[in-house]
Design a protein around this ligand. Structure first.
Ligand code: FAD
Length: 510
């Protein structure tokens, strides 16, 4: 074999550049299923099923295209890691070169590189379609910065790409329409919501379900509600469905949450984009076409484009620039264990219970729920960032380390000390009351910070402000929030500290 083309489980792009210039007479594609990919980090059953099903569908497409493929299926007796299997394959095939798009984790990339050098095989990493820009664009923009800001990156790439631009000005005259977005639902709730297109399991996916139940019976989550696109054609259908039914209201309600409502107006496209089934350029262009056709407002389209062109490319840039040290970050010295109810949803707090149960059922929660419910609670409680990172990586269907880690450590936990975000995203239970309908069904009172009825978010919020006053009270972005502390009496602050200590003790064992 001249070239081995290694197709990892998140490189399932039918237009994968390595396939385009492949010589079927001399080159060989390799795909490997490995237990370790679901076990190195504990993984939700739907996440395992999605990867495996999408891989097998992709393999079938390669075979239809007549491309030579070595596909190693997951077998009960073969508990070898991905790189142990690759080691065997390199020994058998003796290729001159190994071609691969950049893996989703820093550690796997290092392992593949070192295997190649062990066998004197040339390692060639190619750019793929899962991102608009090569990593160098981020590195060049970042220059000598020690702190990055998404808004600056976003303006930079919009100007550079011309996306949503009129000449050198942002379309509509503003870079950001957040003031028109961020609405919450009235007390009556969201009312009728469009049901997204669902993809019930076909024969391949059914086989995978049986495999997952057999090989990973102890893993969290359920397969019952699995409805993710597993092919590029299905991902395109999911995109069309989003454009038609949910994009126009995406911006307005992107930060809202409501009990029992899983999807609201979100796109559900992250997993498809992260796996390579859907090109983010296509997603952005299709959303802008809706704006051009007058079918979606600018605020919704800009808000949506910012998530992909801005946030998605930004976190990926930070991951590759800051790893491996980033994994160790813990600027707030948080040391609490993760409460065990994160794995079961068994808590009396209505918002957490709802979001965690939906997460277990669907392997999904939308952004604000990840940031301001599960993430916020862990931040206020002071959970060790790595423990939280392992939970997020395990539990969401779209989780791959390059995107999950900066979101968890940087955006949600401020563990990187402000490298990714300018301030910690902290709020009390009253914020949650504004953004959703959970508090109406909860035994706790968001307005109260001390006492047995106090919402734990509120208690821990005021406790957080006290614990980190020296760090943030003088900081220009946070001073206002900390100034409110001075309005509380010394007695009330002491009461809050006592209650917070009780909660911390309780949730160590819960
Ligand atoms: P929509 O709300 O419809 O947004 C559209 C698209 O924008 C998404 O599909 C996604 O590709 C992109 N996007 C939006 N926000 C972000 C962001 N902050 N970073 C990167 N891309 C973004 N996203 C993942 O893909 N994998 C993860 O493991 C992941 N972990 C997260 C952990 C935390 C603590 C937080 C706060 C966010 C995380 N996100 C992650 C980002 C975001 O929550 C998800 O991309 C989004 O909820 C996926 O649902 P959707 O496709 O319906 O997104």
């Amino acid at each position: 074999v001249d070239r081995l083309i290694l197709i990892l489980g998140d490189h399932l792009d039918p237009r994968h550049p390595a396939l385009m210039d492949m010589d079927p007479a001399r080159d060989l594609c390799v795909m490997i299923e490995a237990h370790s990919e679901a076990e190195i980090v504990w993984s939700h059953k739907q996440r395992i099923a999605l990867f495996l099903s999408a891989m097998r569908h992709f393999a079938a497409e390669l075979q239809e295209r007549g491309l030579p493929l070595l596909y190693r299926r997951l077998e009960p007796g073969r508990r070898m890691s991905l790189t142990q299997q690759l080691d065997e394959i390199l020994t058998e095939q003796c290729p001159r070169e190994l071609v691969c798009a950049r893996p989703g984790t820093w550690a796997l990339r290092e392992e593949i590189r070192s295997l190649c050098s062990k066998y004197d095989v040339q390692f060639r990493e190619i750019e793929d379609h899962r991102f608009l820009f090569p990593q160098e664009v981020f590195d060049n923009w970042a220059g000598g910065r020690k702190q990055y800001r998404m808004e600056l990156w976003y303006r930079h790439v919009r100007s550079r790409s011309g996306i949503l631009m009129d000449g050198d000005q942002p379309r509509g005259g503003r870079w950001n329409y957040d003031s028109e977005n961020r609405k919450s639902f009235s007390r009556a709730g969201p009312g009728w919501l469009p049901e997204p297109v669902l993809f019930p399991p076909d024969t391949i996916t059914e086989e995978i379900f049986a495999l997952v139940e057999r090989e990973f019976p102890q893993h969290p989550g359920a397969l019952q509600h699995f409805s993710w696109p597993v092919t590029a054609a299905q991902a395109e259908e999911a995109l069309q469905d989003f454009l038609r039914h949910r994009l126009p209201s995406f911006g307005a309600f992107q930060d809202a949450t409501w009990p029992g409502e899983v999807w609201l107006y979100h796109s559900r496209l992250s997993a498809a984009m992260n796996l390579g089934l859907l090109d983010p350029r296509r997603v952005i262009a299709a959303a802008i076409a809706e704006l051009d056709a007058g079918k979606a407002p600018l605020a919704a389209v800009e808000g949506f484009v910012r998530q992909i062109l801005g946030w998605r490319e930004y976190v990926r840039g930070i991951y590759w620039r800051e790893m491996p040290g980033y994994l160790e970050s813990n600027a707030l010295r948080a040391a609490q264990p993760l409460p065990s109810f994160y794995w079961t949803g068994d808590t009396e707090m209505a918002c957490l219970r709802d979001v965690l149960r939906r997460t277990l059922d669907f392997a999904y929660a939308h952004h604000i729920e990840r940031l301001m419910v599960t993430g916020l609670f862990a931040l206020l409680l002071g959970v060790r960032p790595v423990a939280l990172h392992e939970w997020y990586l395990a539990i969401y269907v779209d989780a791959v380390e390059w995107v999950e880690l900066p979101n968890v450590l940087g955006m949600s936990q401020y563990a990187d000390g402000g490298m990714l975000a300018s301030k910690p995203y902290v709020a009390s239970g009253q914020y949650l009351q504004r953004m959703g309908g959970h508090c109406q069904r909860c035994p706790y009172q968001p307005q109260q910070a001390a006492g047995a009825q106090a919402c734990p978010f509120s208690t821990l919020y005021w406790d957080f402000l006290q614990r980190h006053a020296t760090k943030f009270a003088q900081h220009p972005r946070t001073a206002l929030q900390w100034r409110n502390l001075q309005r509380k009496s010394a007695a009330e602050l002491a009461e809050i500290r006592v209650r917070a200590a009780e909660l911390r003790e309780r949730y160590t064992h819960a």
